[in-house]
Design a protein around this ligand. Sequence first.
Ligand code: AMP
Length: 216
Amino acid sequence: MRIIMLGAPGAGKGTMSALMEKKYGIVQISTGDILRAEVKEGTSLGRKAADYMNRGDLVPDEIILGMMKNRLQKKDCSKGFILDGFPRTIAQAESLDGIMKDLGIRLDGVINLEVPQDLLIRRLTSRRTCSNSSCQAVFNIHTMPPKKEGVCDKCGSQIIQRDDEKEDVIRKRLATYDEKTAPLIDYYSGSDVFFSVPCIVADEAMDKIVERFKGL
Ligand code: AMP
């Protein structure tokens, strides 16, 4: 199964992708997670990407495309994948079409997660992330707080508010989404694998997705 998750920052792409990874046994590929790991390790790619990320801008297409071309050819993608946060521009979507054509594979689903803007802002500003780059567990101070304040339930590291999850950067990320990523809805909406799902409650969104993929 090969899936693209579309949706604004905070729509729940990461949460839904993780649920689908578990249910269908296919790998979740999050460009945001890959980039954050590169930044943390201080690689040359990470150094190039960090400023864009901290400002709430997109990392340039050529950096992302080189990275994803390699990633999609790794062995763990052979059974399928869920793309979380990629593509994010029309140019990336066109390149993905080319990469998939070269690999002789097709998409089975493009899932557009729909969430009202005020809920996106509330979700993003209340998000906290484990500072350990190999854990990166996500918490929410309202709906899913850690058992002990400031400490990751999974690995015991400190949990933090990411620089790109502070309010001014969040507003910029949402504006970037409207300008550069929302046009992907039109790009894919003519395809029979495209569908939209309200993502207010994750389990309910997941039920709708599972129903849609029955028989695949
Ligand atoms: P995310 O965790 O998916 O919201 O990604 C965090 C940040 O990484 C974004 O705000 C962008 O700066 C960058 N990023 C992630 N995926 C992409 C992409 N496909 N194209 C460009 N920039 C990206």
